[in-house]
Design a protein around this ligand. Structure first.
Ligand code: MG
Ligand code: MG
Length: 265
């Protein structure tokens, strides 16, 4: 990860927003298609076509050797699951992470979907992880530090008895997908990199129902929980502002689709 923290102009932030919104629309397409029997590879091919049809470039594909447009992590997979022939099953949860490069700037966002009927305790994990994201974003204001974001996320997750993944963190976003600073999902108030207006950050809590410990599968990509219990992951790209962060990506298109499908109240 590059060390330099970039402060983006309003014009540059507008481009990060455009890329982030295309990620949100892509994830809404995923929301429409995801169901028992659908394979992760089918979702990936649809997403690549959708992004290219809308003038973007898949942000992950080719980066660090990543073979796919989406990273889809099912159940005990935390992040970096590779799409393939796996058919989703009733009761699964699938974190779908997507990046877009457009006009020279990246956007990055992830959402964890329920496939069919999901156990109540797993649905609680998802809603608490979404709350963790909101609490992290509340702290993404000028003058705070990355530790304030991490602390807020960690406090909320651990209050529910959940494990906060340490090995993977949020990050700056801009002309590169991963820029400084690192944005851990744990930390101490007042510690870490100082946040300044115009910094674009990907905030992305990865929260495990059980232990915080993870390991990597032999494919060299997929990160899974050590205890095999489920994990959730939600991510927004945001811009640090004075007083209140500006959220650049959106879940609103996803939520519209899920409501239409009757999945959300
Ligand atoms: Mg991501
Ligand atoms: Mg990210």
């Amino acid at each position: 990860m590059a060390r330099t923290v970039h402060i983006l102009s309003d014009d540059e932030i507008a481009l990060v927003r455009e890329s982030s919104l295309l990620v949100g629309r892509t994830l809404a397409e995923v929301a429409g298609m995801i169901a028992p029997g659908v394979t992760t590879g089918e979702l990936d091919r649809m997403a690549e076509t959708f992004i290219r049809d809308n003038g973007g470039i898949p942000g992950f594909k080719g980066l660090y050797g990543c073979p796919s447009t989406l990273l889809i992590s099912v159940n005990s997979e935390v992040v970096h699951g590779l799409p393939g022939d796996r058919a989703l099953r009733d009761g699964d949860v699938a974190s779908v992470d997507c990046g877009v490069l457009m006009n020279g700037f990246y956007g990055d966002s992830a959402y964890t979907f329920c496939v069919g009927e999901v156990a109540a305790e797993t649905r609680t994990l998802l809603s608490v992880t979404l709350e963790c994201l909101a609490k992290g974003i509340e702290q993404a204001v000028a003058g705070n530090r990355t530790g304030d974001i991490g602390h807020a996320i960690q406090q909320h997750a651990e209050a529910h008895g959940y494990g906060v993944v340490r090995e993977l963190v949020g990050h700056g976003v801009g002309r590169k997908l991963h820029e400084a600073p690192e944005v851990p999902n744990y930390g101490r108030r007042g510690q870490g990199a100082i946040l300044r207006e115009g910094m674009a950050l990907a905030i992305e809590p990865m929260i495990n129902m059980g232990t915080k410990e993870v390991r990597q599968l032999d494919d060299g990509w997929t990160i899974v929980t050590r205890d095999g219990r489920p994990s959730a992951h939600f991510e927004h790209t945001v811009c640090v502002r004075a007083g209140k962060a500006e959220v650049l990506s959106t879940f609103s298109h996803i939520e519209d689709v899920l409501k239409r499908k009757g999945v959300m109240a």
